[in-house]
Ligand binder design. Structure first.
Ligand code: PHB
Length: 391
């Protein structure tokens, strides 16, 4: 009996070797997604999960011979203690191979030490404060950084007749990054900052800020708010208080005009100039295929940048595992992911080997009506742009 068993294993090993198959039956690949699935940022979880699932539908759910198993944990939004607890559960109880997701910066900051301690790859699919990737050597990011998406709109504004700007940002990591980079680039290009305010991350009331902006009479407001309810609320106030009629332009990062929120913002979005890495209107075969697959599963919901970052995060995991022969060991995985290059629905991207952050084209866009939809129409671009926040 024992002998037969041994013979069987030996035969299998020889056969597997001859067929270049792994000798041990491949373990499933467990990916633990930490995402806001409830609360005011639940839309982030929905978008990222959607992008992840669209990738699996298009490319199959087996990476380097390992069947992908998704385990999703709700961290409820800006709640670092919850993010930390659920990440710990994913590592200790669920024994995930890879941590991924992370809708908001506080969540990524809270989980970084867990990735380091457990030596697990951590793929950040949204959280966009520049410093996120410096918090653990196991972090790779497929979304963007705030300095990366802000510098191009600051340069564009300075070159296009905007001299005086009032900055309005959310009062946390991404907002501080956006404000700092906007001021740096705009002032270096000869512009002047005539005022700045930071609005609370939770339940902000924009009315007093909008009045202050109106009274200061800048040429433009530069705005960063986390995508979702806040941009919709801000735009409502901007229209109601007639800031545009007072001659005040609005420029922003593309978080303001995410396709998920454009329909709710409506006409006041028309003409807003912004800079970003993904537009639903991006004209490429990769984006066309992505959109087709997205709408097949999720119509009428529109995909935006977070869906694409989820999709690209899965691409990075799949292609990295091909390189490591299915090995998700933290150190080997991260080494293999460095320098990875691919064609995303957003355009060409790569992983900077020095920072593990994404390098990508940033587009300058104007919101226009295309057919029956409001879209971010790209009209200028900065190719191969690295995060300027780390240089
Ligand atoms: C973040 O918390 O890092 C964040 C959230 C929403 C955005 C951008 C950045 O639109």
């Amino acid at each position: 009996m024992k002998w037969n068993g041994r013979l069987g294993i030996a035969l299998c090993a020889v056969l597997c070797f001859a067929l270049s198959l792994p000798v041990v039956a491949a373990e499933p690949l467990k990916i633990g997604l930490v995402l806001p699935m409830s609360g005011p940022f639940a839309g982030y979880g929905k978008q990222i999960e959607g992008g992840v699932r669209v990738y699996l539908k298009q490319h199959g759910d087996t990476f380097a011979g390992r069947k992908v198993v998704l385990i999703i944990k709700d961290d409820t939004g800006v709640a670092p203690e919850v993010s930390k607890r659920v990440a710990q559960e994913l590592v200790v109880q669920d024994k995930v191979d890879i941590l991924a997701g992370f809708g908001l910066t506080p969540s990524a900051f809270a989980v970084a030490p867990i990735a380091t301690e457990a030596k697990k790859p951590m793929v950040v699919m949204n959280a966009a404060t520049s410093a996120v990737t410096t918090k653990s050597n196991y972090i790779l990011r497929t979304s963007m950084t705030l300095p990366q998406i802000t510098a191009p709109i600051a340069s564009w504004a300075a070159k296009n007749g905007i001299h005086k700007v009032f900055t309005v940002v959310a009062d946390y990591g991404p907002g501080h990054d956006a404000e700092g980079q906007f001021k740096k680039t705009f002032v270096a290009a000869g512009g002047e900052i005539v005022g700045d305010v930071r609005s609370p991350v939770k339940n902000p009331d924009f009315a007093p800020f909008l009045q202050k902006v109106k009274d200061t009479k800048p040429d433009a407001v530069f705005l960063f708010l986390p995508a979702g309810e806040q941009p919709v609320g801000f735009m409502k106030g901007f229209a109601e208080r007639d800031l545009a009629k007072a001659g005040i332009k609005l420029i922003a990062t593309g978080d303001l005009t995410a396709e998920t929120d454009l329909d709710a913002i409506g006409a006041p979005a028309l003409g807003v100039i912004n800079s970003f890495h993904y537009s639903e209107a991006h004209n490429s075969p990769e984006n066309k295929a992505f959109l087709e697959a997205w709408y097949k599963s999720y119509a009428p919901d529109r995909p935006a940048f977070m869906a694409v970052a989820g999709y690209d995060g899965m691409h990075l995991i799949a292609e990295t595992l091909k390189k490591t022969g299915g090995n998700a060991d933290g150190d080997q995985f991260v080494e293999a992911a460095k320098g990875m290059k691919w064609m995303s629905p957003r355009g060409p991207v790569s992983i900077d080997p020095a920072t593990r952050d994404i390098v990508q084209t940033i587009y300058i866009r104007r919101v226009e009506k295309v057919g029956d939809k409001l879209q971010n129409v790209e009209f200028d671009q900065v190719p191969d742009f690295k995060d300027p926040g780390k240089s």
